[in-house]
Write a protein that binds this ligand. Sequence first.
Ligand code: ASP
Length: 434
Amino acid sequence: MLVVAKFGGSSLSCATQFEKVKNILLSDPKRKIVVCSALGKRDKEDTKITDLLYILHAHLKYSVPYQDIWDMIYNRFIGVQKDLNISYDIKSDLDSLKNELNKNISQDYLVSRGEYLTSKLMAAYIGYEFVDAKDLLRFNYDGKLDEQLTEKNVKLAFSKGGKIVVPGFYGAYPNNSVKLLSRGGSDVTGSILAKCLQATVYENWTDVSGILAADPRIIKNPRAIKEITYAELRELSYMGASVLHEETVFPVQQLNIPINLRNTNEPENEGTMIRNECTDTSNVVTGLARKKDFLSFNISKDHMSNEVGFMRKALSIFEKYNVSIEHVPSGIDSFSVVTSGSSVDKYKYEIVTDLKRELDCEVTIEADLALVAIVGRNMAKRSGICATIFQALGQEKINVKLLAQGPSELNIIIGVSANDYEKTLQALYESLVR
Ligand code: ASP
């Protein structure tokens, strides 16, 4: 039984948070692999160490005086070390880093020092062995993870160390230079380690008690989701729910290793379990998500239904402009092509011109469309859900502009005017989730 526990920046923002992490680790000896982000924000106004390091890099690159930024970084690390009386001599590591600062220092290397130093502090504090991510996660020059080599390295490090702390967010190229992952990438590091060691569970510790069934900025006290499938999570994330780095799921999903989202500030809460299959059938709808800024190209032509290949030709025009299509709701002699506003911003008028010229059709653009996704594995083969949706929206006098359901019946997408989307979410939450 082996648990990989990853702690995000807010779980590592100061000495008090370090203490909480230690208690969490001590409370379960299966938590043998720890992945750390860099020191995060202590409060809303604070700045993450990672952001300070990016700013420091910009100062160096453009030869702007950087002492103030450096002092902020230095004092944060020294502060944690002193407050907890950690025996690791972080001062000498910080001094050597200071000596390395110059105009040409690699951004990836400099920024990765946030995770590196935080993990060294944590390892010394909890008495685990520190293992540098650079010696574990190996990437090819094309940026792809060398899975075999990485797995070999991780297994070896674990067999030697037993209990280890690994910095998240980076690895190395074949020439040993540091390669940073994209922002939030420590989630992915944890997932890769969990896969390599075939962990029983991958715990991801943050500052919320799991995934909420709707955005708390719009819905007051939404319920927390206890269990969710990888597929449901993908639907919710795609439609704007920000939970984990989007690449987190893939490594662990292959081996069906569950991800458990937990709250460092409320460790007794079991959080959300993400797995391939869930048995809980108590809720029909798992969660709601929404995204604004969609655009609909409404295309019509008399007797379109008799013209074989019409839709293919229309869609190939979108392909020509490299625009990804979200939905294609259709009538008999008309259909709409729904895309994200940002993806067609530059070319929308060219697309309209091409459609009209090549297909001799009418085209209008409808902007400011918002999509709301109703996601739930328990919706499949269940009757009456659409009736509830339409009744709830009808009562609020909300006009439905688009309706789509995928063949797996895992989600229902409702398109409404952007002005109506908050009201839509509230009405759907009250009728389907609460
Ligand atoms: N510290 C990095 C960031 O802020 C990576 C991470 O936290 O996952 O994006």
